[in-house]
Design a protein around this ligand. Structure first.
Ligand code: FMN
Length: 437
């Protein structure tokens, strides 16, 4: 199985940063991140994954409610990836970059440059953004509508791919004798004119080391899966049960056929938050302590996109019916509405259930968690996992020291890197330049 380490702010669990052994200020401590990157490489992780948004993202109703959120001060992913790639040799780095609040030329250039800086260890998680706050930073009053975001995303990736193909791999002949720097027959100027973008090109960077950086995609709605079917080599997803994961896996993999792709051209990697202990009791105690540290204001803010403002309610009141629709993460909203149908649970219980931003939480020993990971994996629920540690650094180190050796002992996880690039290590083919096909 493939493994990614997904680092979110000060930890993916809302109560994590308040744990007694949590490193306060972890989110922007570069020394800690370098230490984690080196540790992840020693443990043979395939990549580190940086989720991102271009705003202080929260659904909080005001600044007072926002002040309980620890996902505020975070690194810009591309700059931190450049720093981390300089202190590692094999670790891959994947970042979320929005197609809604960027221009394709910027993204093509930065990723091409980083792929050279890291010598072929970069990936792009193509996201369309989910937060209203990003719109407010980019001259809009509200977030672009879900369907439109995906239309823009489809064109955006085509422009980026065309820019990466501006130069064939051997275009730069740099012939000192003749004075000719590149072979003009190997230059392909995109001349793109579309509904959303007009981009002449070419890119002022050589073709990326990996041909294209590895492409990931994280939207799970209908248009999200359609985009994934066309371009994704890693599909990042939230799945709560083996059955749902297997259904999603089958649906994503069968979607490839429409685009002339094969199932093995991509890896489906759901997120999981392991909360571990040496014994079941220790793990349960840690999980309980984490839940108690979620401030109610933080919990209520997270429910706003699906329920509106629940301030007037008691936390032990039953959850009211969800809103009819959301312009945020549609797939997550629909899953939540389905999960709640016909059930009565309290607001407090729901806050606890959603403590991992909707990802699946596995509470247990390294052995019991490895059992569950193996079970999903062998039953075609996934090709690997994006692991979201609840806080830093202790639970990250325990993943390296306890969980990874258990997976390796079972023959489920590699014990050495297969090659030098992220593509080599993930077993993904390097895209051939269209002119060389
Ligand atoms: C597992 C997962 C991870 C995501 N990560 C990000 C992210 O890091 N940044 C971002 O702006 N959007 C992220 N998104 C949001 C998607 O890009 C998309 O905007 C949103 O999910 C709506 O698409 P959907 O309804 O197709 O899921 C993520 C979505 C999922 C399901």
């Amino acid at each position: 199985m493939k493994l990614g380490l997904n680092l979110v702010g000060n930890g993916a669990h809302g109560g994590g940063w308040r744990m007694p052994d949590a490193h306060v200020g972890a989110g922007m401590d570069i020394r800690l991140w370098k230490q984690i990157a080196r540790g992840a490489e020693a443990a043979k992780f395939h990549f580190m994954f940086m989720a991102d948004g271009i705003a202080v993202r929260s659904s909080a109703k005001d600044e007072a409610q926002l002040s309980y959120d620890s996902r505020i001060d975070v690194f810009e992913p591309l700059t931190v990836m450049a720093a981390l790639s300089a202190v590692t040799e094999r670790m891959g780095y994947l970042a979320s970059i929005s197609t809604t609040y960027n221009e394709p030329y910027h993204v093509a250039r930065k990723l091409a440059s980083l792929d050279h800086v890291s010598e072929g260890r970069i990936g792009w998680n193509v996201v369309t953004s989910w937060s209203e706050q990003e719109a407010l930073n980019f001259g809009r009053d509200s977030h672009l509508e879900h369907g439109l975001r995906y239309k823009r995303a489809e064109e955006f990736v085509d422009v980026v791919f065309a820019l990466w193909n501006s130069w064939e791999d051997d275009a730069f002949i740099r012939d000192k004798a003749t004075g000719q720097y590149f072979d003009p027959s190997k230059l392909h100027i995109p001349h793109h004119r579309g509904e959303h973008f007009t981009v002449r090109g070419p890119l002022n960077a050589a073709r990326p080391v990996q041909g294209f950086p590895v492409i990931a995609q994280a939207g799970s709605s209908g248009p999200g899966q359609a985009l994934a079917g066309r371009i994704a080599e890693i599909v990042y997803t939230m799945q709560k049960s083996r059955a749902d994961a297997a259904a999603f896996y089958a649906s994503v993999k069968s979607g490839f056929a429409n685009h002339g792709r094969h199932a093995e051209h991509s890896l489906v990697m759901p997120g999981i938050m392991p909360i571990m202990g040496r014994t079941m009791q220790e793990a349960r105690d840690r999980a309980e302590q984490l839940q108690e540290l979620i401030h109610p204001q933080l919990g209520l803010a997270a429910l706003i996109p699906s329920f509106g403002d629940l301030t007037g309610y008691d936390l032990d009141d039953p959850v009211p019916p969800p809103l009819a629709d959301t312009n945020s993460v549609k797939s997550a909203h629909e899953r939540l509405a389905k999960q709640l149908a016909g059930k009565t649970i309290t607001i407090r219980e729901l806050i606890h259930q959603r403590s991992a931003s909707g990802h699946h939480v596995m509470v247990g020993t390294p052995q019991s968690i490895a059992d569950e990971m193996e079970d999903w994996f062998v039953h075609h629920g996934c090709d690997g996992w994006n692991i979201l540690p609840p806080y830093y650094p202790v639970p990250v180190q325990e993943v390296f020291d306890w969980l990874v050796p258990e997976l390796q002992r079972r023959g489920l996880f590699h014990t050495s890197y297969e090659g030098t690039t992220l593509r080599d290590n993930l077993g993904l083919a390097r895209p051939v330049h269209p002119a060389a096909r």
